[in-house]
Design a protein around this ligand. Structure first.
Ligand SMILES: Cc1cc2nc3c(=O)[nH]c(=O)nc-3n(C[C@H](O)[C@H](O)[C@H](O)COP(=O)(O)O)c2cc1C
Length: 207
């Protein structure tokens, strides 16, 4: 069982997503042995796509120059980690109603035709990462993104990540969302965190 952990908070300390993901990993370790790959894109952001990257990516593999291969290498490494993983945990802070730019940069590196999705002659696309399981652990500063909440229409984080992973062929996606971590009042702020820990403990028993 290989587990890929991806952190994407810019915070080095007091990051709620890092803390909750540490907690979940600890709960999982209680259950069984796993090979863990850790990728911290919040602290070590992947490259943004450049003109050279796009040209190299869109050049068929068999005719790529050694320079093109070199340009694609960091992306190849990220894709290989993803292919090797049976389970993926993503720690995702909400930034401006969506994901962090560093997580988006990661996604721009791992969504590649022929590697993580395929297109047939008619233009129909198919994800190539089927069978993997994903848990996304989010934290938000404000309250009420949950169903029926005032900010629910602004939650582009869960909708985007769900569609993105669906596109890559992954349908088993579970979100554990913690709200009110910057602007929430106590005791709600702490009880929201505790609630998420409880959800993660339960999830660790079956995931
Ligand atoms: C650049 C930035 C943008 C943010 N945008 C939002 C937002 O749109 N909505 C929200 O509820 N909280 C927002 N927050 C608050 C974070 O979601 C909150 O601090 C969360 O706990 C971040 O995760 P972390 O603790 O793991 O860093 C933002 C924080 C930062 C630094």
């Amino acid at each position: 069982m290989t587990l890929l952990r991806i952190d994407s908070s810019a915070r080095r300390k007091n990051s709620k997503t890092r803390m909750l993901t540490d907690f979940f990993m600890n709960e999982l370790n209680k259950k069984n042995e796993q090979t863990v790959i850790s990728r911290d894109v919040g602290i070590y952001p992947p490259n943004f796509p450049t003109d050279d990257f796009i040209k190299a990516n869109y050049t068929p593999e068999t005719v790529r120059t050694s320079k093109m291969k070199e340009i694609l290498e960091p992306s190849d490494i990220l894709i290989q980690e993803l292919i090797d993983a049976d389970k993926i945990i993503i720690a995702s802070p909400m930034y401006n109603f969506s994901i962090s730019a560093t997580l988006k940069a990661y996604i721009d590196n791992i969504v590649r035709v022929g590697q993580t999705f395929a297109i047939d002659k008619n233009g129909a696309m198919q994800g190539l990462l089927g069978g993997k399981k994903v848990v996304v652990i989010t934290s938000r500063g404000a309250m009420s993104y949950k169903l029926g909440g005032a900010l629910q229409p602004f939650d582009f984080q869960t909708s985007y990540l769900t569609k993105l992973f669906n596109f890559l062929g992954i349908t088993d996606i579970i979100f554990v969302n913690t709200e009110g971590q910057d602007f929430g009042e106590e005791p709600l702020k702490t009880s929201n965190l505790e609630q998420s820990k409880q959800e993660l403990s339960e999830l660790a028993k079956t995931w």
